[in-house]
Design a protein around this ligand. Structure first.
Ligand code: TRP
Ligand code: ZN
Length: 878
């Protein structure tokens, strides 16, 4: 410590957490603008894995009279503090905040901190990942690096200098443009970066280490030449082609579809293997989880390819929806995330099959967001309060947020919507904006009224729409009733604006006379349609135009009709899903006589046979149509639910379809095995069906399935086929299972992302001993709690494996609770992600519910919990 530094006797540098302290709640309506602005910041890093020195010089300007300068910190201490180059004593710690009293309206504040990146297991702030130094600052990680007003409405120009050992850190990267590099003495070198675009602290990034780049370039439509680079660990550069292609396609797409051009001379991506989430949109320096960059046919499956394309696009698109226009405060998170998810979904739809992409997106929404919306953690896409903002990077903010903006595109039409987004970007460029700003720009640009529509930002819960259809003379009357369920803190709900794309099919011709956009705005409302001589078949919420549940069941005959005839591919999928959902819900709740069970199965079998034989369907779409509704979505239809019954009935139906259509599955497997590997849609469709055929055949003829799967495994020239075959084998008993698992582990021993698959397949398998397998895997030499990908690979797959997780003895719940407790001190952010599976106890049958609650209480009883886990557990018990 030098003579200019001081630690006040009254307050320790970092306030200790008191176990009894009431958690602080941040409320949306308490927003107030910053007292001080920081137009400029110069950062100087002396890089080191365990003692990095950070010197930060802030140019601060007063925005409110009288207020001291309050800077956030987290786990750091002031080593040096200067104001305008001189020692300054008028400062104190207020909890974690550094509060400096300043006499004038503009000053230069210099602060030194020292941080230990290798000890940073939270992976927030500056941390080490396999000898590499990198940062993650969203949402509140910057305050773990240096003291700063760490809030998204403080925008600064960043100048960054870093120096370090040249051998240890040969590559030195930050945001913006490189301005200078040089050699220091004793084997060190340095680099300076300047980012001309003002940005909030959460978009700051620094990376230093031994990396190699794959390079390419892009010329924007106004002629700017952009150098592109994807940095990876040496050896991984052969697996970056797909990510680079995706990046270039994203850049062109955003110009064409949203009129958005890139705004720097270089765009860098770095892939790191220890990362809390998927990727991060830091200005000009995106940092990615390796799983969303690295791919080749040997090691990445078709889903991985799609995910890489989508995430690369998502982070790139943030350059406008997030960076150029950022969020005023974290309650506005959906402003950037919902909109950017919509943009990446639209991009992927344009790149491949739009109908298949829509089906996949809806499947994710139903599996992840619907349960959130009906549980103890339900919140509006723009939350009203939080304890820990990291807990609000949710399927609601992201995926429902995207659905809400998608509804605006339905209401406005694409051209008007584009006028709205043009106005939004023009009006708010360089600003920290709110969701309200976005809605108003769409209203003004698209010339539509979204007054009542704003309730989508305010009210949580999935609206349910009940449908009645009556036919008299040539008139059809559609009566729609909406109910928005109560959610925590919101017992009373107002009617929403629900745009429903609708068609009325003539039973005889199999056609409709044109689609109608029915916009439901009242609690109950009727709509009439003339010109229908006979009672039509209703196709509603086509394309999933609104994120709602259609409440009441449709007649099986109508669903069979739509499954075969609907010209909207999503509606056709939906009819298949509904047919199966209605059957399984009735089966699980013991409402099926044997005759009804047989009739229900026959209808489903007929629909499946048609889909398998229909020459007009491409294989990718065929593959979507034969996916049974997931257990989580089925559970949503039942309350309370016995997850064991859902698993059993779903598997029984699968076995019945396997046996009834056995020859069709064999023929399908033979046909698709003959299609050579390529990335085109036909070959991808064939691969999807190849493994699905085995999935259905498995319960009907396990011995034959094992033979076919073992052959598919042995002959695979790509990861989709190999992983698919191993997945099927994993659920069956026999030496082929063990042999394939051993081969897979040995073959890919040096590839962490593939070893993650090895863990996931076993944890998620249908094998009756999955619990024992997971316990053994937790002790495997390759398992570690410090790598989020590995933790998720084992335990997220396990928590989603209903039969294992919901084991009647409660062992599954205990294992997840033990994991949360063990992981929390290492990485609270990731640990909190495992609370929601236990939090669903209210919707589970009483015996299991008590066990789940017991585990939550056991966690809650711990005194030293992270704010992340504390919030999720207390709300789940609530
Ligand atoms: N903004 C990132 C995205 O594109 C999300 C993200 C990355 C994140 N890392 C994070 C959120 C860490 C919270 C904590 O969606
Ligand atoms: Zn995002």
């Amino acid at each position: 410590m030098n003579d200019m530094s001081r630690t006040p006797a009254a307050a320790p540098a970092t306030a200790p957490a008191t176990a009894t302290a009431q958690p602080e709640v941040i409320n949306r309506l308490d927003y107030s603008p910053p007292d001080w602005l920081v137009p400029q910041i110069a950062l100087d890093f002396a890089l080191s894995l365990d003692a990095a020195r950070v010197r930060s010089t802030l140019s601060v300007t007063r925005a409110a009279d009288g207020a001291p300068l309050r800077l956030n910190g987290d786990g750091i201490a002031v080593a040096t503090l200067l104001v305008d180059g001189h020692a300054h004593n008028a400062w104190e710690m207020d909890g974690k905040d550094l509060v400096i009293t300043l006499p004038g309206d503009a000053h230069e504040v210099t602060i030194e901190t020292v941080i230990n990146p290798v000890a940073n297991t939270q992976l927030s702030g500056l941390y080490a990942s396999g000898g590499l130094l990198c940062t993650q600052c969203e949402a509140e990680g910057f305050r773990r690096i240096t003291f700063f007003p760490d809030r998204p409405d403080v925008l600064s120009r960043y100048h960054v200098r870093m120096s370090g050992d040249k051998a240890q850190f040969p590559v030195l990267l930050s945001n913006g443009n490189p301005v200078a590099t040089g050699e220091g003495g004793d084997g060190t070198h340095w680099a300076e970066w300047n980012d001309p675009w003002p940005k909030p602290s959460y978009l700051f990034a620094l990376v230093a280490g031994d990396l190699v780049a794959q390079r390419d370039s892009f010329v924007t439509r106004s002629g700017r030449h952009v150098d592109l680079a994807i940095y990876v660990r040496p050896g991984d550069e052969t697996r970056t082609d797909h990510a680079m292609r995706s990046l270039i396609a994203s850049m062109a797409w955003d110009e064409r579809v949203y009129g958005r051009e890139y705004d720097l001379d270089l765009f860098n991506i770095v892939a790191v293997s220890d990362f809390n989430t998927g990727a991060m949109e830091n200005k000009g320096l995106n940092v990615f989880n390796t799983r969303y960059i690295l791919a080749d046919p040997e090691t990445a499956n078709d889903g991985d390819y799609d995910a890489i394309e989508g995430v690369v696009a998502h982070e790139y698109f943030h350059n406008w929806s997030g960076n150029r226009v950022t969020c005023r405060d974290w309650f506005q998170l959906s402003l950037k995330e919902g909109f950017t998810v919509l943009r990446d979904q639209q991009f992927s739809a344009d790149r491949g099959s739009a109908p298949v992409k829509r089906i996949e997106d809806v499947r994710v929404l139903r599996a992840a967001q619907f349960p959130e919306d009906s549980g103890p953690l339900a919140h509006p896409i723009r939350p009203d309060s939080y304890q820990e903002i990291s807990n609000f990077y949710t399927a609601t903010v992201y995926n429902k947020g995207a659905e809400v903006i998608r509804m605006m595109t339905v209401l406005a039409g694409p051209e008007r919507f584009r006028r709205g987004t043009d106005l939004y970007f023009e009006r708010h460029d360089g600003e920290a904006a709110t969701c309200e700003d976005f809605v108003r720009a769409i209203e003004d640009g698209a010339q539509i009224d979204l007054t009542q529509f704003r309730r989508w930002y305010e009210q949580a819960g999935t609206p349910r729409v009940d449908v009645a259809i009556a036919h008299h003379g040539d008139t059809v009357t559609l009566t729609l009733k909406q109910t928005v369920p109560p959610t925590p803190g919101q017992s009373e709900k107002q009617p929403m604006v629900i745009p429903l794309r609708t068609a009325l099919f003539d039973r005889a011709t199999g056609r409709h006379q044109g689609e109608h956009l029915v916009v439901l705005t009242q609690a109950e409302q009727s709509f009439t349609f003339t010109g229908h001589a006979t009672a039509p078949v209703l196709s509603i919420n086509r394309g999933f135009s609104a994120p709602v549940a259609i409440g009441n069941p449709a007649p099986d005959a109508d669903l069979v009709f739509l499954a075969a005839n609907d010209d909207d591919p999503f509606a056709r999928y939906e009819a298949m899903q509904q047919l199966v959902v209605q059957h399984l819900v009735a089966a699980v709740t013991d409402r099926l006589s044997e005759a009804q069970r047989a009739a229900g199965r026959a209808a489903i079998g007929e629909a499946f046979a048609k889909v398998l034989a229909d020459p007009a369907l491409d294989d990718l779409m065929r593959g979507e149509l034969i996916i049974l509704p997931g257990e989580a979505y089925l559970a949503e239809q039942l309350s309370p639910v016995d997850p064991g019954r859902v698993r059993a009935e779903r598997e029984a139906l699968k076995a019945w379809l396997g046996a009834t259509l056995a020859d069709a599955w064999r023929t399908l497997h033979d046909r698709t095995c003959a299609v050579p590997y390529s990335l085109d849609a036909a070959a991808r469709g064939a691969r999807k069906l190849k493994t699905q055929a085995l999935v259905y055949l498995a319960p009907a003829d396990p011995a034959e399935t094992i033979r076919r799967a073992a052959a598919q495994y042995a002959g695979a020239d790509n990861m989709t086929d190999r992983q698919g075959a191993l997945m099927v084998l994993c659920g069956l008993e026999g030496p082929e299972r063990e042999a394939a698992l051993a081969d897979f582990h040995q073959r890919f021993a040096d590839n962490a992302l593939v070893i993650d698959k090895w863990f996931s397949l076993q944890a998620g398998s249908l094998h009756p001993n999955a619990i024992a397998h997971v316990k053994a895997l937790a002790r495997h030499a390759d398992f570690t709690l410090t790598n989020p990908n590995r933790v998720r690979a084992l335990y997220m797959a396990f928590a989603a494996n209903t039969a294992a997780f919901h084991d009647t003895g409660g062992e599954g719940y205990r294992m997840i609770a033990d994991l949360i407790l063990a992981l929390d001190p290492i990485n609270g952010n990731v640990a909190a992600r495992f609370v929601p599976p236990l939090g669903r106890w209210r919707k589970i049958e009483p015996a299991r519910a008590a066990l789940m609650r017991g585990e939550l209480e056991r966690i809650a009883a711990q005194t030293a919990l992270s704010r992340d886990v504390r919030e999720q557990v207390s709300k789940s018990l609530g």
